[in-house]
Design a binder for this molecule. Structure first.
Ligand code: TPP
Length: 566
């Protein structure tokens, strides 16, 4: 039996058929037919954000936390262009997001119509695929395909642009013809001879290695390969390094866990890389923040690289064995192929590198103490979403992650303003868990309007603002590499407690470590959103640091006067 439906109604149905439950969006002229149809589809919960960038980040946060597609909606022109940063962030970090944008009606396209923007052209390089729907008859299939493309293989964002007249077009609509695939990511079917050969070669390299390392990236989280990676480490005794986006793929407290590599990686982690003779990289792209200068990266190591995307193999570093496939599938085979072994001498060697952390913090309220209080208040059972800057690095290095996929951050794009809206999305994916959004005073001010979204939609996100009065990470670079010229980095903040109060949100200000337990504890148990402002030392730095383009072997380890010339 078919019925006459409008494009807008079909759009809603197609989303429902694909299993979508939450949509983050903002209405406007070219998407009005969709918003008109939406109330007839109560299966779709719409979250009205305060800026479309937040809709894209929230969809991204939802996708990362749930493993499902996150959906955002915007009108044409400024609504669509406001999505761009969020889509670029999702693209860089392989997050499955589908963006639906309204477009001017087909006869107006190309005439500089009111709120016409070529969003297809604009988003071409930051989406896996994008579509402009030319006829209502294609709509259901395009939406189903977009949902599948976002999840298939290496996940990423997809955009579907729907002209207003297509939303209004009516058509007889039967049972969905579209290939509405389930939302869970299928394992890449394995079994190709190429895999077996690669796995055998990798196992041989591992058997002969004296100083092997496992480097774990975001691909392990996307493929949910936690247990397999852990099995590989435990069967071989090989120590494990987690990149910024690999954090929480391996338990922090595990005796084989070393920490984070790269620009702000611990000294012993980077030294281990520089001494390693075999590196098994799983689901990472060896980006420049991880490798430093690639010419001097891991000079003694033969690299085994496991990645879903063939284009990543050998892109940034030379690879001895490349295996293209799903991290879980390949790691599982590797576990079966390797002989049990231990690496005690190598571990002993690495322990020799471990230095007491350069304690440069002079204030009364250290990042370490703040993060410990959040861990204690939530009993280690929360998801942390970070913004971009010094606080992001402190969290990455100091927060003791124990559970898989509980650290969410904008790693590739490094988009300030990410944390607060992404945390909204994470909460919707994990409604029974606690979510802390941790931002600096700069990044928080970029998207703090989303507090209104939390209040209107009843989303109890906990917000932590690390207030140092500066765009801290940029100030740190100015201190080290620009003769301490703090050009345009001091940043004024409003009274965050009054601001929170204006939104009806309880706020707490913490100036000393002694006040932490009470304020963080109270914020954590608030039934609704809560904000805690931490007054941290203004010129605290993140150590160690590899100067941009420098070698992992030459870190700046503490507040040196000499660092200015680096
Ligand atoms: C949208 C955007 N603009 C600019 C930058 C460059 N940037 C990186 S870190 C940083 C400073 C962040 O300051 P704040 O939010 O206060 O955090 P802090 O470093 O002090 O912890 C800036 C400006 C960025 N990453 N993203």
């Amino acid at each position: 039996m078919s019925e006459m439906l409008s494009g807008a109604e079909i759009l809603c149905r197609a989303l429902v058929d694909a299993g979508v439950e939450v949509v983050f969006g903002y209405p406007g002229g070219a998407i009005m037919p969709f918003y008109h149809a939406l109330p007839d589809h109560p299966q779709l919960r719409h979250i009205l954000v305060r800026h479309e960038q937040a809709a894209a980040h929230a969809a991204d946060g939802y996708a990362r936390a749930s493993g499902r597609v996150g959906v955002c909606v915007a009108t044409s022109g400024p609504g669509a262009t406001n999505l761009v940063t969020g889509l670029a962030a999702a693209h860089m970090d392989n997050s499955p997001v589908v963006a639906i944008t309204g477009q001017v009606s087909r006869p107006m396209i190309g005439r500089d119509a009111f709120q016409e923007t070529d969003i297809i052209g604009i988003t071409l390089p930051i989406t896996k695929q994008n579509y402009q729907v030319q006829d209502v008859s294609e709509l259901a299939e395009v939406v189903a395909e977009a949902m599948a493309v976002a999840l298939d293989g290496r996940p990423g964002p997809v955009l579907v642009d729907v002209p207003k007249d297509v939303q209004n077009q009516k058509i007889a609509y039967g049972a969905p013809r579209a290939r509405a695939r389930g939302q869970s990511r299928p394992l890449t079917p394995g079994g190709s001879p190429g895999h077996e050969d690669g796995v055998r070669k990798a196992a041989r390299l591992i058997a002969g290695a004296e100083r092997p390392l496992i480097m774990v990236g975001h691909g392990v989280i996307l493929a949910q390969a936690y247990n397999d990676v852990r099995a590989l480490a435990e069967k071989t005794g090989i120590p494990v390094i987690t990149t910024l986006l690999g954090i929480s793929a391996f338990p922090d407290g595990h005796p084989l866990h070393l920490g984070m590599p790269g620009m702000h990686g611990e000294v012993h982690v980077n030294r281990a890389i520089q001494h390693a003779d075999v590196i098994i990289g799983i689901g990472l792209r060896f980006d420049d923040r991880v490798t430093g200068n690639t010419a001097s990266f891991a000079p003694q190591a033969r690299i085994i690289h496991i990645d879903l995307d063939r284009a990543e193999i050998g892109k940034n570093v030379p690879v001895a064995v490349g295996i293209v496939g799903d991290a879980r599938d390949i790691t599982r085979r590797l576990v079966a192929a390797v002989e049990p072994r231990r690496c005690e001498r190598w571990l002993e060697h690495i322990r020799g590198f471990v230095r007491t952390r350069a304690e440069s913090y002079r204030g009364n309220l250290s990042p370490e103490a703040i993060l410990a209080s959040i861990y204690e208040a939530s009993h280690g059972d929360c998801t942390i979403v970070t913004d971009v800057g010094q606080h992001q690095m402190w969290v990455a290095k100091l927060y003791p992650y124990q559970r898989p996929n509980t650290h969410i951050t904008s790693g590739g794009l490094g988009a300030m303003g990410f944390a607060v809206p992404a945390a909204l999305g994470v909460h919707l994916a994990r409604p029974n868990g606690t979510v802390w959004a941790i931002s600096g005073d700069g990044g928080f001010q970029m998207n703090m309007a989303e507090m209104a979204t939390m209040v209107q939609e009843g989303l109890p996100v906990k917000m932590a603002v690390f207030n140092n009065g500066y765009l801290g990470m940029v100030r740190q670079w100015q201190q080290f590499f620009h003769e301490k010229r703090y050009s345009c980095t001091p940043i004024w903040s409003p009274d965050y407690l009054k601001l929170a109060e204006a939104y009806g949100i309880p706020g707490y200000r913490v100036k000393e470590a002694g006040e932490l337990a009470e304020a963080v504890g109270r914020a954590n148990v608030e039934p609704g959103p809560a904000l805690v402002e931490f007054m941290i030392e203004q010129e605290a730095n993140v150590f160690p640091m590899i100067p941009p383009g420098g070698s992992l072997s030459e870190p700046i380890e503490a507040e040196p006067a000499a660092a200015g010339g680096a």
